[in-house]
Structures are given as C-alpha cells and as structure tokens.
Design a protein around this ligand. Structure first.
Ligand SMILES: Nc1ncnc2c1ncn2[C@@H]1O[C@H](COP(=O)(O)OP(=O)(O)OP(=O)(O)O)[C@@H](O)[C@H]1O
Ligand SMILES: [Mg+2]
Length: 432
C-alpha cells in the first residue's frame, strides 16, 4: 500500500484510529506500507524504517529509532528540531515563536517568547454569548424538517485585542461553524456576538458591510482561496478597491507594503498563485486578510496543511503580526502541539458545545473534562521509543450532533476550577 499523507488533515483521535487500522492490516495481512508524510509524530508512531528526503534526494535512510535518536544529516536534525512537541511549553504562560532551523547546518536559533500583547482594556474585543447554529435536515418529497444538526449549541466566550483563543476538538464538533457564524458567513439561530460592544448579529446591509472590514478569515487551503487567473497584487488590492478605500495608485503602494509585511517582496505582486509554494500562498492570503486593517482574524486550520518548517514560519509570522498590529486571533486547529505554542487561551469543543475553556497553561497543564483528557492522550508523541505509550486510540465513534426537531438541549452547568479556567459539569455518559 502506498499511503500518501493519509492522516494529515485529520484530527488527533481519528488519526490515531487510522494508524491503528493500518497496523492491524499489516499484522494480519503482512502488508507492506510506503507511508508518505511530513508529520514526524506520525513517522515515530508507525514507521519501522525512514527515508528523509530533501531537494528531491534521499539524504538519510535508517531505522526510525536511530533517525530520531541520532540523526546524522543536518536536514534531518533541522526537521526533528522543528517538530512541535506537546508539553514543550510547560511553565511558559505566553506564546512562543518556533525556533528557525538552518537546513544546511541543522542548527537552530533560540526561540523567543513573544511580548505581552493581550489588551487589558475593560471590554474584550469580541464577546460571544449563547451562540447557537443549527442546520435543518429535510427529507421526503415536501422537504419536511426531520431533524437538526446541532452544530453550535449555546457557545459563549470572550476574546481580547492582541489575544489568541484556540478552538480545538474533533472533526465535526462545530469549530468552523462557530467561526463562520461569528463573521455572519452563516446565520446563527440565536445568541449575541459583540465586537467592541456592537452586536454583529443585528446588523444589516451597509452597517454589516462596514463592520466586516474588522473581521477576516484565513482558510486551510490557500490555493483554493486564491483565484488562479488573478495576479496576487490584484487579489490583495481587491478588498481595498471594492470598498472604495484607495485609488489604484494607493492600492499599489498598499499591496507592496503588505507583501513586505508578510515576508515576501513587492515585485511578487505581478505573479500568479501557481508560481508560489504553499507557505508563500498562505502568506499571500494573510496579506489579503490584512488589507482592510482588521482587528480580528479567524484562522480556520490556516497552518494545518503546511509542512513542519513552513508551518513554523507562518506561525511565527502570525505572532509577529499580532505583536505589531495588536490582532486578535480565533485560531481553529486540530493540531494541539501548534495550539500550545500559539495561543493564550484554549476552548475545547465537543458536539457543538464548549466543555472546557481557560488559559492555555491551565487547560493543557491541568485538564479537567474527560474529553479534554482523551483529546490530549491522542496527540502523537514524536518519539519512536514511546510508541503507543501515551496514545490510546479508542474506537468509539464521535456521537452524532443530529437531533429530533423538538429536541431540547439540556441546561449545562459550569464550574470554575481556577481563575478563568471553566469546565462544563459532565454527566454519567463520561463516567464509564
Ligand atoms: N451547511 C451545512 N449543512 C448541514 N450540516 C452542516 C453544514 N455545515 C456543517 N454541518 C455539520 O455541522 C457539524 C459541525 O461542522 P463544522 O464544519 O463546524 O465542524 P469542524 O469542527 O469545523 O470540523 P473539521 O475539524 O472537520 O473542520 C458537523 O456535523 C457538520 O456535518
Ligand atoms: Mg472545520
């Protein structure tokens, strides 16, 4: 079997299940697997032998345990140094840049803790309360509503200027729907979303259009979100021109400025998306998101598809932009190790609800809810000698968020375990 990045886009629990399945097939059928991936955590988990490739060449081939314990090629060392490891942030309350590793020498710079960017203003930038978004399921000839997907159910949280709140949880738990509801790319059923004290959900027409400039979204797939027939300069300038915020000449200057800001060069404006690498394309998407001077950026799996070293660079860029522009990020990700580096606070979602929220150090250092514990136990440990030790794949399917039309969701109680660290009180479904 040739498996080409089969687990890259999956959240940790599903990823663990897929790896378990492959191992079973291998044991039972004696199957050989050529496993292609950029995720060194997955390599540690599944591979007996590893070939490290760089610039189209195999630079190192060895038993996986030796590759991890004593990498000999500088590029292998660089690759391993860039792997985010859960727990590497113990004792550090603030986000930290990833070390940048020199691919030729294999040495890395000292990672720097970011400056304190979180605003202490009395009012948070974003206040979400009771946000609920459901999708009706229609069936039969007349499209009668036979049920509802409870994608987001009574979700409340705040986000300060200059702060990053990560939303984590299994595939389908409602992370994207939460982000899209806040930006009104979807219409929520109820709740309030205040930005600087103004309710986004009650805005219409012009007011909403004006307000949208303050909130932007960056997606996982930068290629799909850029028009292949439009030069990147035109793409970045489009929101400026469409909103009548700049003349053609001003837009050209602004584009040049934005490209430099995200680590590219001004002359790249004339090029087209296919002429860039994945990491560069994501920088272009970030530049476009910054064009209107937003205060809030929803990053929906924005770095998930990038390989480790490019991922580190884009995360560092986002941290730098936060420091220089005071941006607030709602950082949606299934990559717990990146979340640990990047976020000030974390919210854990399960079946449309937040089950635990708090400072990153508290939620990861002292997880309370059984689901948070399960999620963290499923994070791959990039260490082949500890294969399967921490990672316990459970085969229970995610329960479905589909309910009958007359379903009344239970009233939830929350308890504060330490300042700002709040946990949903759970019932017996978790006690098994
Ligand atoms: N337009 C839609 N119509 C019907 N159901 C939808 C729609 N969009 C999302 N859903 C459902 O809502 C639930 C939440 O989906 P959502 O995309 O928010 O999850 P997610 O946490 O972002 O997952 P992933 O990690 O896979 O991106 C899922 O059960 C999904 O199937
Ligand atoms: Mg999603």
């Amino acid at each position: 079997m040739i498996a080409d990045e089969p687990t890259t886009a999956l959240d940790v629990t599903i990823q663990a299940q897929i790896l378990e399945l492959l191992k079973e097939l291998q044991q039972e059928e004696g199957m050989s697997i050529l496993f292609i991936t950029h995720d060194m955590g997955v390599v540690a988990e599944i591979a007996d032998r590893t070939v490290v490739m760089y610039g189209g060449q195999a630079v190192e081939t060895d038993a996986t345990s030796r590759i991890f314990a004593a990498p000999s090629h500088p590029y292998t060392r660089a690759l391993l140094a860039a792997v985010p490891r859960l727990g590497s942030m113990d004792g550090r309350p603030r986000p930290m840049r990833f070390p940048i590793v020199d691919k030729v020498t294999g040495t890395s710079d000292e990672p720097i803790e970011t400056p304190d960017t979180v605003s202490t203003a009395e009012r948070p930038l974003l206040e979400v309360s009771g946000l609920t978004t459901r999708f009706p399921i229609r069936s039969g000839l007349f499209g009668k509503v036979s049920g509802c997907v409870h994608a987001v159910e009574n979700v409340s949280f705040t986000l300060r200027a200059g702060e990053t709140l990560a939303l984590v949880g299994e595939s389908g738990c409602g992370k994207s729907t939460t982000g899209r509801s806040i930006l009104r790319l979807l219409e929520p059923d109820s709740g309030t979303v205040l930005v600087d004290g103004e309710n986004v959900l009650s805005m219409n027409g012009r007011a909403l259009r004006d307000f949208r400039k303050q909130m932007q979204i960056v997606f996982q797939d930068p290629f799909a979100s850029l028009n292949p027939r439009m030069s990147v300069g035109t793409a970045i300038a489009a929101p400026l021109l469409a909103n009548g915020l700049a003349t053609a000449a001003q837009a050209r200057d602004k584009v040049a400025d934005l490209l430099v800001r995200v680590g590219l060069t001004a002359d790249m404006a004339a090029r087209f998306p296919h002429e860039f690498s994945g990491g560069q394309r994501q920088r272009i998407c970030i530049a476009r998101a910054l064009a209107l001077g937003p205060k809030l950026i929803v990053a929906d799996e924005a770095v998930s598809a990038l390989d480790v070293s490019v991922k580190a660079q884009v995360v560092n860029l986002m941290l730098d932009l936060q420091a220089s522009m005071g941006l607030a990020y709602l950082f949606i990700s299934h990559d717990i190790a990146v979340v640990e580096r990047m976020s000030h606070r974390v919210a854990v979602m399960y079946l449309g609800e937040i089950v635990e929220i708090g400072p990153r150090a508290a939620v990861f250092g002292d997880p309370q809810h059984p689901y948070t514990k399960k999620l963290m136990a499923a994070v791959p440990v990039p260490d082949p000698s500890r294969r399967g030790v921490r990672r316990e794949a459970s085969n229970d399917e995610i329960r479905s968020p589909v309910r009958a039309p007359d379903y009344q969701p239970p009233l939830r109680q929350y308890r504060e375990v330490s300042p700002g660290h709040v946990v949903q009180v759970w019932g017996e479904e978790w006690s098994a």
